[in-house]
Design a protein around this ligand. Structure first.
Ligand code: ATR
Length: 274
């Protein structure tokens, strides 16, 4: 029997671990399906999405830089996708509508925020770097987790203003002020694409940090970005984006297959190996 098809679209995409994860779960739950990488250009989006509508592909994940650009080709966005204007999961509902969902918000909450106590959340001051595709999901995850003190800085200031219009409670600072204001923050989150490519990294000075600061990178490949290496060598607690990837994937898998897949040790080993 033909396998049910799933895919992730993006560009670049060769670094993605989503196929490893979903194919592991298909095997574990004995689902006759396969999940592939599709490196596509922007003009290929309509034809790929059409394949979901006509059933050739059952579901797709969307990664950078298309989380917003897929929206015009969908029937509607729902839940966190509607609130963030960022879609990372596409499926067809029972009435054959193309639905855009967002599982990054859940992924970020499940990966990093669940462990904070209510008291900690109330007092934490968070600085987000970046205003691109993943930033609205991080902001919404923090807001939903009751974190009130959220500040954002982006190289292009106008883009942060756009996010401020949507999420009125966030504070903005200028990119150039990150260095001197860093010491105020308890959590620093990299939501830019910096760190993904070897020669494309932060030029800012991040030495003015609080000793108790936690650093979270949304990038998982490479597993240790320059920023992670830097803060680790300064004895700070750091996290890469792997757990966020896993938990967003868990929710996508549930939306498509109505099975909540287990995050077991074998999967973690497999992803770390890859
Ligand atoms: P898009 O901006 O098209 O949504 P993205 O990959 O989702 O693309 O977002 C990239 C993020 O990384 C943006 O916040 C971007 O900042 P700009 O809005 O100023 O472009 C940030 N980024 C990418 N390269 C950067 C660099 N060299 N220095 C600082 N920020 C950078």
């Amino acid at each position: 029997m033909n396998k049910t098809k799933f895919a992730i679209i993006g560009n670049p995409i060769s670094h993605s671990l989503s196929p490893t994860m979903h194919n592991y779960w298909f095997k574990k739950y004995k689902i006759n399906a396969e999940y592939k990488l599709l490196n596509i250009s922007e003009d290929e989006i309509p034809s790929i999405i059409k394949k979901v509508k006509n059933g050739e592909i059952k579901g797709i994940n969307v990664t950078l830089p298309y989380k917003k650009s897929v929206i015009p080709f969908l029937s509607k966005t729902v839940n966190d996708a509607r609130d963030t204007h960022s879609v990372n999961t596409i499926l067809v509902d029972k009435d054959n509508n193309l639905i855009g969902e967002n599982t990054d918000v859940f992924g970020f909450q499940a990966a990093y925020l669940k462990s904070f106590s209510e008291q900690e959340k109330k007092n934490k001051k968070v600085l987000i770097l970046g205003a691109g595709g993943v930033a609205p999901s991080i902001i919404l995850a923090l807001i939903k987790s009751n974190i009130k003190d959220i500040t954002l800085a982006n190289r292009t200031y106008e883009k942060s203003l756009f996010l401020k219009r949507k999420f009125k409670q966030i504070n903005l600072i200028k990119w150039e002020d990150c260095s001197n204001k860093l010491e105020k923050f308890d959590v620093l989150i990299n939501a830019t694409s910096l760190g993904l490519k070897p020669n494309d990294d932060f030029k800012n000075d991040f030495s003015n940090f609080k000793k108790s600061m936690v650093y979270i990178d949304t990038i998982y490949n490479p597993p240790k970005t320059q920023m992670i290496k830097y803060f680790k060598s300064n004895k700070l607690k750091t996290f890469n984006g792997l757990n966020m990837l896993i938990y967003q994937g868990q929710k996508s898998f549930y939306l498509w297959n109505k099975i909540n897949p287990e995050v077991d040790d074998e999967l973690l080993e497999l992803l770390e190996e890859n």
